[in-house]
Ligand binder design. Structure first.
Ligand code: PMP
Length: 369
């Protein structure tokens, strides 16, 4: 079996590595004090350490359903939410319940989803244009996509594109898995209408990983009640339920503090970092072509004529990491594109890393004139 490139990168990263590779949020923004405070409170109750319902704590499901109804303009009740151990677990839960001959994914797509589909031995096909999707999607397929700030290429669908995709889905009645991991992370604070809000044979995924803390491993699936009931068996089989303690901590955090205030901090910090990294690129790697993202945690772009897998392997020796885009394509094609994370490094490290990559490229005359 082929080794996971991401695992290879993560294993090679040490304290000296300047890593643009992972999707790690800025740990300095974790609400540590608040989490400590609410953890002490929930630990006064023995139930915090007890088994709990497979679907997830009712109180937390209610909070999440309120977020959908009030912030996503997507009417939802607590029976339409299932709490997962990170949103990553949703792939297993859904795909162990619903049979499919093929997954249809965006090109490029989230590497963790491609990995999960491969682990389940599913066939994968991909689409770039919605027109191609129209001719490709069959009833027996399951469509996986991100509508907001796609990982890796940071694009979002316009309102018209969302409507077109909804029409394609309605024609085929295929299942939709819509991943909203970055939906809260627009720089301007706006949240776009999910395709799932107009298409009921859908599973909308969410997570607290990017907006509170990933180490707590709390995510969710939003689906119609009938589908939640169907997937509950797979959730139960996987881990009985998501950590009761962590769910209680998240619930108490949401109940005690204002998530919007925290989101504002994250959005502002992410934006400043994105602008800084984009300036580093413009100054030192002007031939790296990218569009400024409007949200999310990455800058995604293209070198003129550099196989980025090759470059990533070379600069790994200099203790610098980024993700070459071929890993985001299910067919492992050669790619000149690359993804750089801006939320995890210090400004100084970002500058140093980009300068080092530029020096390496100049020295090795990578760019043909
Ligand atoms: N979906 C996307 C698009 C992601 O980028 C990630 C994490 N990088 C996940 C899902 C999984 O996140 P988690 O399991 O931490 O909720």
């Amino acid at each position: 079996m082929k080794r996971s490139y991401i695992r290879e990168i993560l294993e090679s990263i040490n304290e000296h590595t300047i890593s643009f590779a992972g999707g790690l949020p800025n740990k300095n923004l974790f609400p540590l004090k608040q989490i400590r405070q609410v953890s002490l409170k929930v630990l006064e109750y023995p139930d915090a350490l007890q088994y709990s319902q497979s679907q997830g704590l009712e109180s937390l499901r209610k909070e999440i359903s309120n977020i959908y109804t009030n912030k996503f303009n997507f009417k939802t009740n607590k029976d339409e939410i299932l709490i997962t151990t990170g949103s990553q677990q949703a792939f297993d839960i859904i795909l162990k319940t619903f049979q499919t001959d093929k997954m249809i994914v965006q090109s490029p797509s989230y590497i963790g989803a491609i990995g999960a589909f491969r682990a389940l031995k599913l066939k994968i096909n991909s689409f770039e244009s919605i027109n191609y999707l129209k001719n490709t999607l069959k009833k027996s397929n399951i469509l996986y996509l991100m509508s907001d700030f796609q990982n890796p290429n940071t694009k979002s669908y316009t309102k018209e594109e969302r409507m077109e995709i909804e029409q394609v889905l309605k024609k085929q009645s295929s299942i939709l898995i819509e991943d909203g991991a970055y939906s809260f992370l627009s720089f301007d604070g706006k949240i776009s209408q999910a395709i799932s809000s107009h298409y009921s044979n859908s599973f909308h995924l969410g997570t607290f990983s990017k907006i509170i803390a990933p180490g707590l491993r709390v995510g969710w699936i939003r689906a119609k009640k009938e589908n939640i009931q169907k997937i509950l068996f797979a959730k139960e089989a996987l881990d009985l339920h998501t950590s009761t303690l962590n769910q209680m901590i998240i619930f108490e955090y949401l109940n005690t503090f204002n998530l919007e205030d925290h989101l504002k901090l994250i959005r502002e910090d992410n934006y400043k970092r994105m602008i800084f990294l984009s300036k580093c690129f413009k100054k030192f790697l002007p031939y790296f072509d990218f569009e400024l993202p409007k949200g999310g945690m990455f800058i995604y772009g293209k070198f003129k004529d550099i196989d980025t897998m090759n470059l990533a392997k070379q600069i790994q020796k200099l203790n610098i990491a980024f993700v070459p885009a071929s890993v985001f394509y299910h067919d492992d094609r050669v790619s000149y594109e690359a993804r750089f994370n801006f939320t995890n490094l210090s400004y100084k490290q970002m500058l140093k890393g980009i300068k080092k990559i530029a020096n390496f490229i100049d020295k090795h005359k990578y760019i043909s004139s």
